[in-house]
Design a binder for this molecule. Structure first.
Ligand code: ATP
Ligand code: MG
Length: 248
């Protein structure tokens, strides 16, 4: 059995093997527009963003602070809605789903690493990483096993039962990555996943992300200032005047 088969087998119940899905553009963002009003001023952040992603593709979003990288990632993760435009997943417009179906879709399909973690500090690393698995309906032992497996991969095997609030910034970032990966999501959206890490840890996290990209054909969209991580992706984009532009 090769690695990908064993990982497909270890996929928690309810997850679909996306290797079978052959659609070229299985994620397609069309004409995304998003503005914010802040102190009476309107900021037009996204002005018609188009992005097509195929299975296993990896994209880095790079560029200066405030250009809309997190805004775009939140919309791709269905955590925020665009003012107009749509997001299709396997041809379905996911923003047409009701809130329950959208939450289920997000839980089963997308792993999200937030720029600012959003971990639960009073809970242990294991409990934080288990959370998406419990929400998806796995039993506590199944969720704990899946969380432990991925926490070991981010080298936190000695911190499983530590309260997250007591962990270092880099350790917290790795817990956040483990939480995003616990269900082996089809799509990983990560906002500065190695922003707080030293070189050794960030190299290891880069390696893990790229391994999972290969093993699971996990589609990646990663916001990063780290040009080495960006260089591993199949393409790099930035946001200029509210639109995506390819960069070298
Ligand atoms: N909820 C909000 N309400 C008002 N303005 C917002 C909101 N979210 C983002 N903005 C504004 O939209 C612009 C884009 O923000 P965004 O967080 O997407 O930038 P970014 O590219 O991720 O920046 P950074 O690299 O600093 O994280 C910024 O000017 C920000 O102030
Ligand atoms: Mg940001």
């Amino acid at each position: 059995m090769d690695n990908s088969e064993s990982l497909e087998k270890s996929r928690p119940p309810g997850q679909t093997g996306r290797q079978q899905v052959q659609a070229a553009n299985w994620i397609s963002a069309k004409d995304l527009v998003k503005s914010f009003r802040n102190g009476g001023v309107s900021i037009d952040v996204l002005k018609g963003v188009q992005l097509d992603l195929s299975i296993g593709e990896s994209v880095a979003i790079v560029g200066a602070s405030g250009i809309g990288k997190s805004t775009l990632l939140h919309i791709l993760g269905t955590l925020d809605r665009p003012d107009s435009g749509n997001l299709q997943f396997k041809g379905e417009d996911v923003f047409q789903y009701n809130d329950v179906k959208l939450a289920q879709f997000r839980n089963k399909t997308i792993g999200f690493v937030f720029q600012f973690h959003h971990l639960l500090p009073e809970f242990s690393a294991l409990e934080n990483a288990m959370m998406p698995a419990l929400i998806s309906g796995l039993s506590k032992p199944e969720a704990a096993a899946a969380a432990e497996e991925i926490l070991i991969r981010v080298r936190l095997q000695d911190r499983l039962h530590h309260r997250v609030g007591k962990l270092s910034g880099g350790e917290q970032q790795r817990v956040a990555l483990a939480r995003a990966l616990v269900l082996k999501p089809a799509i990983l959206l990560a906002d500065e996943p190695t922003g707080n890490l030293d070189n050794t840890n960030s190299d290891q996290v880069h390696q893990l992300i790229m391994e999972l990209n290969q093993e699971l054909s996990m589609t990646l969209v990663v916001v990063t200032h780290n040009m080495e991580l960006a260089s591993y992706m199949s393409r790099r984009v930035t946001i200029t005047a509210g639109q995506l532009k390819h960069v070298k």
